[in-house]
Design a protein around this ligand. Structure first.
Ligand SMILES: Cc1ncc(C[n+]2csc(CCOP(=O)(O)OP(=O)(O)O)c2C)c(N)n1
Ligand code: SF4
Length: 282
């Protein structure tokens, strides 16, 4: 890996899965031949959401759960930008859960990399939407009573065209998933299993490592029902890989104004039309 995307000192705990994920992101971008100015990394709030601060690209750090609206807006304005959202399971599936579902329907061409440590790391270990039932935390002292959300299943059921899972402990696999997601034309989710060494003492590196396995080349990524069954496998065995893939029309081709291929930022605006519009509101 070269250092075109830089290496910064971080505030993450030693041993956190975030280190491997950011390394993989930099490698994936480099291997795809991207330069820092061509890329936007967006995030909400959390430990994973600090990623844009530790990588040399354009960055957006926004409100909790609001990384997707900003990311899709940036992509709509400038189709040439490679837009990657890197944020946590709480931020993406909890606070940002509504955006998660509805941006799948829009199918803007962005990649969404969720650092899924099954806990709220930044706020010191409360249960997140993907926390296992029974998980004891500082707040859920008798164990988490809620059932976990299955983000991979939700994404497939909501109509996402590219849905994958990887693990921060399998860097080669993760780089490949990131590259495929970035190259996919449309909304692409990679749910990335990641240990939080400080606050999730159950779903550790060893816990994931014992369970994960990579899908074989024979697995048919186009079969939606098979993909939903595969997505439901999350226990003693956890499949990694592209779980579902289907080509779909992207937002830019569906939208009349954008479908001419000229990025919004490069379009010429007629000042007379703008003046008329403004006058209508005065
Ligand atoms: C609207 C709102 N609710 C709650 C918080 C508090 N908060 C900040 S980060 C966070 C959890 C982040 O968890 P996750 O997205 O899983 O990321 P991690 O820190 O584990 O990487 C919470 C609950 C907040 N800042 N804003
Ligand atoms: S609290 Fe957890 S998620 Fe946050 S930096 Fe430490 S190990 Fe990583």
């Amino acid at each position: 890996m070269t250092d075109s995307f830089c290496t910064y000192e971080t505030a993450w705990c030693p041993g956190c899965g975030n280190f491997a994920i950011i390394d993989c992101l930099k490698t994936a971008l480099e291997e795809l031949g991207k330069s820092p100015s061509e890329v936007l990394v967006a995030a909400g709030i959390g430990q994973a959401a600090k990623t844009p601060q530790y990588i040399n690209t354009n960055a957006f750090c926004g409100l909790h759960g609001r990384s997707l609206p900003a990311a899709v807006a940036a992509k709509i304005a400038n189709e040439k930008l490679t837009v990657v959202v890197n944020t946590g399971d709480g931020d993406s599936y909890g606070e940002g859960g509504n955006h998660f579902i509805h941006n799948i329907r829009r199918n803007v061409d962005i990649s969404h990399f969720v650092h899924d440590n099954q806990i709220y790391g930044l706020t010191k270990g409360q249960a997140s939407p993907t926390s296992m039932q029974g998980l004891i935390t500082g707040v859920q002292v008798d164990g988490n009573i809620n059932e976990p959300l299955n983000p991979v299943l939700v994404a497939i059921a909501s109509g996402a065209g590219f849905v994958a899972r990887s693990f921060s402990g399998r860097k080669k696999h993760l780089i490949e998933m990131m590259k495929q997601a970035i190259n996919y034309k449309g909304y692409a989710l990679v749910d990335i299993l990641q240990p939080c060494v400080s606050f999730n003492k159950v779903n550790t590196f060893g816990w994931y490592n014992k369970r994960v396995y990579e899908l074989s080349n024979e697995y048919d990524t186009a079969d939606k029902i098979a993909a939903m069954n595969m997505a439901m496998q999350f226990g003693d065995k956890i499949p990694l890989g592209v779980i579902y893939k289907q080509e779909k029309p992207v937002y830019h081709r569906k939208n009349k104004v954008l479908s001419d291929g000229i990025p919004l930022v490069d379009k010429k605006t007629n000042p007379q039309v703008v003046r008329k519009l403004l006058k209508a509101y005065i």
